[in-house]
Write a protein that binds this ligand. Sequence first.
Ligand code: SF4
Length: 319
Amino acid sequence: MTVNIHPVPVRHPEKAHKPDTPVLRKPDWIRVKAPTSEEAAETRRLMRDLKLHTVCEEAACPNLGECWKQKHATFMILGAICTRACSFCNVATGKPLAVDADEPQHVAEAVGQLGLHHVVITSVDRDDLPDGGAAQFVRTIEEIRKASPGTTIEILTPDFIRKPGAIEAVVAARPDVFNHNLETVPRLYPTIRPGARYFGSLQLLAKVKELDPSMFTKSGLMVGLGEEKIEIMQVMDDLRAADVDFLTIGQYLQPTRKHAEVKSFVTPDEFETYKTLAGAKGFLMVSASPLTRSSHHAGADFARLKANRAAKLAARAGA
Ligand code: SF4
């Protein structure tokens, strides 16, 4: 029998001693609607009934009102306590609970009840598990395929650093899209993503393509953390070198005053420039706007991603 010593999840203990930083006023283009719809309330009830977590709630996503009105939720598996303490992220840090063996079926049940045509599954980091949680991703994909064979599956995984065989196992389960976010430029990793390694994350994305060249790969960046435009352009080049298909770029928002501060609000025009630059570098798709998030409009984006690949292949064949 597994005995759980109840952990005390904390939110960013490493930052607790730091003085609060001044908060930049949000510009008009960041305003979002509160989740007041009946559909949002139903989605929340379903998650509680099935003991599931969503990154929408845990990350305090600004799009929750819009997404949940359409019953689009992004599932966060492997519990709600993360073994890392990234300074941008609102998810609690601590000693995670044991893996819930029923979670894959519960996710599949929720996907069916919500009627999702495309689902995004992410997780907390589980550095405590020998496989980093890869087996739970695999089981969740399998259960969704069994219950909803028509639903396409997108996964947004941790970096699986020092977890041999984890990437291979997850790729073998054949998700439709394999996403892993770089989050920021390499210079800012020590303060923003201290437990991760920039080149480790890039290698993960390259490895997925090497294992299955037909699998769509995707990655995301937050801007407004103090990065320079030229650094973002270098990251775009690195992602293209790893043959990543889809890039998302969104504005970083500070979840609480204990988290990394917003250094700037990137204007909608600057996002358009990023979109143009990334398009010119050869990504099949780019989504760049203040409220872009990895999973925002993921179903519609997946349809466009497939169409863009088909058009590219047709153009090549005709050339
Ligand atoms: S953008 Fe993604 S994380 Fe945010 S509310 Fe929508 S589905 Fe959830």
